[in-house]
Design a protein around this ligand. Structure first.
Ligand code: APR
Length: 229
């Protein structure tokens, strides 16, 4: 039987498409303190700054393209059952043709009512103060900010529990609950971790570290898995 494969991706997989990773420089995210632009407190303090920050990210997302690592996942999906758990808010997995993509931290091309997290809308342009949801509340980015719950985690835990192979790509493994997902793996599941500067992972599962950039390491691993099974 074909192994079930689950991927956990982070900012590193989109780095070669031209999107900066989060912890490039001392907690500064494109020159902003992360807490100023990605926390409920930051939103209350200066919503205009937060909206402008995400408007810039959204505009940039229109200009970048999926890379060879995203595309390698599409190839993997033509040979194996694959689920993609991503911490990224970009849509590069989808644009590369990946299926079964689960966004743990929200999506840049979606917005939601600040009062009702279930009123979610597609949104590809700039968002401004005064843009309202159906309930009359201000719209905010559909992004999970620091200190907020990660509702999607409940949906992905069972996927991780069923995985035979768990592939981690381009994540600093510093942000929970995503970083804790390895703790749900079956003891016999194998972990592959592709990252040019991998972080320590605390696990008793077999762990294979591939210290390479995503566009090099992932296509190679995909070829190996296809040849092996
Ligand atoms: N290929 C693969 N990995 C890369 C590449 C590359 N070309 N370039 C950098 N990396 C790796 C870095 O070595 C680092 O380990 O990507 C990782 C990026 O780590 P972070 O910047 O911490 O990003 P991530 O792990 O996705 O952050 C998790 O934190 O800020 C929040 O919600 C945000 O989803 C984000 C979460």
């Amino acid at each position: 039987m074909k192994p079930k494969i689950v991927l956990l991706t982070g900012a590193g997989i989109s780095q070669e498409s031209g999107i900066k990773t989060f912890r490039d420089a001392n907690g500064l995210w494109n020159n902003h303190d992360i807490m100023e632009v990605a926390s409920p407190q930051g939103w209350v303090k200066n919503p205009e700054l937060v909206l402008e920050f995400y408007n810039q990210r959204r505009r940039q997302l229109h200009e970048v393209q999926p890379n060879a690592a995203h595309k390698a996942i599409t190839k993997l999906q033509s040979h194996f059952p694959v689920e993609v758990i991503t911490q990224n808010v970009d849509d590069l997995h989808e644009r590369a043709g990946n299926k079964n993509v689960h966004h743990l931290h929200g999506e840049l091309f979606k917005v939601r009512s600040e009062k009702n997290e279930n009123l979610i809308y597609d949104w590809k342009k700039d968002l401004h103060l005064g843009d309202k949801a159906e309930d009359g509340a201000q719209l905010r980015p559909h992004i999970v900010w620091f200190g907020e719950a990660v509702p999607m985690i409940e949906k992905v835990i069972p996927l991780v529990q069923q995985a035979d192979i768990f592939i981690i790509v381009g994540t600093g493994m510093q942000v929970y609950p995503a970083a804790g997902l390895v703790g749900y793996l079956k003891p016999e599941a194998e972990i592959y971790y592709i990252d040019p500067s991998p972080s320590p992972i605390y696990t008793s599962n077999s762990l294979y570290i591939i210290q390479e950039k995503a566009t090099k390491g992932l296509p190679k691993l995909v070829e190996n898995l296809i040849n092996q099974y």
